[in-house]
Design a protein around this ligand. Structure first.
Ligand SMILES: Cc1cc2nc3c(=O)[nH]c(=O)nc-3n(C[C@H](O)[C@H](O)[C@H](O)COP(=O)(O)OP(=O)(O)OC[C@H]3O[C@@H](n4cnc5c(N)ncnc54)[C@H](O)[C@@H]3O)c2cc1C
Length: 396
């Protein structure tokens, strides 16, 4: 009897439930809810799933299927709450089988497409969730607090592979949202089990010989997170140390050398490409710039690039943080000008405009976030005669 009571208590409190078991439980509640709808409103369920019109017997059979589905749902709920690791594994197998089974049944016209699709999506989604959380359960200690002083103990766990030795204690972001695309934060939080702390400032890194913790400011209070490393992944700066003492003009917006559309610096003998030009771009874009610059250098050596003057300055207004190339030589379009590239310093939406001598050449509705590349086509720029190129955002 005490054992039965203890088991009921575990079922009620779900004590020590892992994240994978929780995902199994949630899936169980979902199936159970669907079963309730099928039992109570079989006609609604049939029309949503595009089943043929139900005759009297069909209603009974559908209700029976609902009851059986409810039973499976209850199994998932109970096993999930009881943290039954064996069932988590069995459910992974069962759900991965559902997808090919649905495909086969649909291909031989035994079940309608919408029903097969709904079941396949439901099983695939929940399968990925359980898989992700299971990995995180093995890799990430349950809370940061439990880590303090026991990091080496966790890392000695032979169940952890070399590639799994790094766990993420938290991801910090000063802004209200992450810079990466959504649902990046959702996946990090719920699939990988990494706390994503927005509106959070890194105050200090603690430790003498090695990093031991970071101090953060979050929701008006200060906290300490135990960790043995800090990775900075934002606020890049172009590596322009070598240019700081040179005669080349640097653009305060990009932090890199000011260039024209041929990637020529203020001294035309110097070309620049890659992440020297601005805070950071992808390797593919840097590679493409390198190729263009190489072609332009060959043209330059053959005296086939235009003179530096007259040059048309490119201006911009906040919230744009920078725009480059910073100038266009008057013979625009000789080798197919690259687009203007820009970024904003804060999230903003509105109409982005390209103006030449006050006349709008191009505009586009945009929803902009910092650190995202903005490209503005330049193919409509007049080949000669312009005095000023201006980029602005008319905010909503
Ligand atoms: C943390 C991080 C993660 C990234 N992840 C991705 C990613 O997932 N995908 C992606 O596409 N891109 C990624 N990038 C960006 C990618 O690494 C860069 O876009 C690419 O490497 C830029 O190439 P580059 O040739 O312009 O500059 P670099 O690759 O930085 O090359 C510049 C070279 O110049 C050398 N150098 C500097 N100063 C001097 C000097 N004074 N004298 C001689 N040599 C000098 C440097 O040592 C370096 O070798 C990432 C960048 C960072 C920092």
């Amino acid at each position: 009897m005490p054992l039965f009571r203890a088991t009921l208590h575990r079922l009620w409190t779900a004590e020590g439930q892992s994240r994978a078991a929780r995902s199994v439980e949630v899936f169980g509640w979902l199936i159970s809810a669907e079963a309730v709808v099928i039992v109570l409103a079989p006609h609604v369920a049939a029309s949503v799933l595009h089943l043929p019109a139900l005759v009297e017997q069909g209603v009974s059979y559908l209700r029976l299927a609902g009851v059986l589905g409810g039973g499976v749902g209850m199994l998932y709920v109970v096993s999930g709450r009881m943290n039954a690791e064996g069932f988590v594994f069995a459910s992974l197998l069962e759900r991965s089988l559902m997808i090919p089974v649905m495909a086969v049944l649909w291909s031989v016209s035994l079940i309608p497409g919408p029903l097969a699709l709904v079941l396949a999506i439901q099983d695939l989604g929940s399968l990925l969730w359980t898989l992700g959380t299971r990995r995180a359960d093995v890799r990430v200690p349950p809370t940061v607090e439990t880590l303090a002083g026991t990091v080496s103990g966790d890392l000695d766990n032979p169940r952890l592979r070399a590639t799994e030795l790094i766990y993420v204690a938290a991801m910090l972001e000063e802004g209200e949202r992450i810079t990466a695309r959504r649902p990046g934060d959702w996946i990090a939080r719920h699939v990988l089990g990494v706390p994503v702390l927005t509106g959070t400032r890194l105050i200090a890194i603690r430790g003498l010989d090695k990093v031991e913790a970071v101090e953060i400011e979050h929701a008006g209070g200060r906290e300490t997170i135990a960790c043995d490393g800090v990775v900075f992944t934002g606020r890049f700066q172009p590596e322009t140390a070598i240019l700081k003492t040179s005669h080349l003009t640097l653009d305060p917006g990009t932090g890199g050398p000011a260039i024209d559309q041929y990637f020529r610096c203020s001294d035309l003998q110097f070309f620049a490409a890659g992440n020297l030009l601005r805070p950071v771009e992808t390797s593919g874009l840097c590679w493409a710039e390198g190729r263009i610059v190489a072609a332009n250098m060959i043209l330059g050596l053959k005296d086939r690039l235009p003179e530096a003057t007259p040059a048309v300055p490119v201006t911009y207004a906040a919230p744009l943080k920078y725009v480059y190339p910073q100038r266009f030589t008057a013979q625009m379009g000789v080798v197919g000008p690259p687009p203007l590239c820009a970024r904003v310093s804060r999230a903003a939406r509105g109409r982005l405009r390209l103006l030449v001598d006050g006349r709008e050449l191009w505009s586009h509705r945009v929803n902009l976030l910092p650190e995202r590349r903005i490209t503005i086509p330049t193919d409509r720029l007049p080949p000669v005669g312009a005095q000023q190129i201006h980029v602005e955002l008319i905010e909503d």
